[in-house]
Design a protein around this ligand. Sequence first.
Ligand code: 3PG
Length: 390
Amino acid sequence: ILKMTDLDLAGKRVLIREDLNVPLKGGKVADDTRIRASLPTIQQAMQAGAKVMLMSHLGRPTEGEFDPAFSLAPVADHLSHLLGQEVRLVSDWLEGIELSEGQVALCENVRFNPGEKKNDEALAKKMAALCDIYVMDAFGSAHRAQASTHGVAQYAPTACAGPLLAGELEALEKALDNPARPLVAIVGGSKVSTKLTVLESLSQVVDQLIVGGGIANTFIAAAGYNVGKSLYEADLLETAKQLRVAAQERGGDIPLPVDVVCGKEFSESAEATLKRIGEVTEDDMIFDVGPETSKHFAQILKGAGTIVWNGPVGVFEFDQFGEGTKALSLAIAESPAFSIAGGGDTLAAVAKYGVSDQVSYISTGGGAFLEFLEGKKLPAVAILEERASQ
Ligand code: 3PG
């Protein structure tokens, strides 16, 4: 695909799609990770003398309606602060934006436009008409085929990938297409069903697949253990069994915990009890892996060539059930492996245990990261490839 860094942007009208879909609190940006991740792209374009127009969605407003609760105003303020320069928020941007070279403006939430989500052709053409060069840089939205991520790339005079998107793809390809082995994946989260495709696809390529949370409980139950009142999916026991057998037949494994930390209720004050996996009783809920299991998983991670991480292995928001996720975070930090982490909960764990700088690559994608792990072609990337081959 064509990259922004291959192009001369001087004097050009450059329309950049970022993913500035960040959490807000009290009218302010609560976590600016995604904004910071997009800064190098924005700064490069400004320094190159481009007339920079930024697009993003924020949340999921009612399609086609202005709603102040979903305005990008707090993002414009925050961006102005980070850039040290006023970033104008433009509401009627589809009518055109007047900018001089090196100036930047932020277009109001793309989802206020009717047709954005259904990738309306007329809307995409209007967006395309605003620019000389369209830059897709929103990795976090690359799994969406919408007017601002897909349609516009079809009609813009030139369409390319921005540095953030290119970097994300490079890191993910390095981890999955031709990984240094052993390749170890950690997939945590509450349900097998929501991550079934990820589990199926990863179990085909990884050497070890560490499962955590409710997902692990389903595997534990599938191996014949009592999981008490733990969250698990009874209808997926057979699937879990098959995944494990298939992994083992390939010479890999989905290792199960030998000890777990249980509680009687889901609460911050719940008492934590360490149990062997065979000792879980009817009124127990498994909330974390135990120290022996953590040690075993940590050894696997320390010996890995590549680590892909999505989802915690315990209820780490409650400290008494966070030791497993903490131990894994620290093991990843110490491992010489190329490591990549993605997804909201995972990034919260990485931040909580202070290992952000030791993880080789932190993805800005949630759903997009998962779809990449599922082996799906991201539509916003596919259209750039199509454009490049024309
Ligand atoms: C995300 O937060 O995962 C992306 O910004 C995509 O948002 P969406 O699921 O509303 O399209």
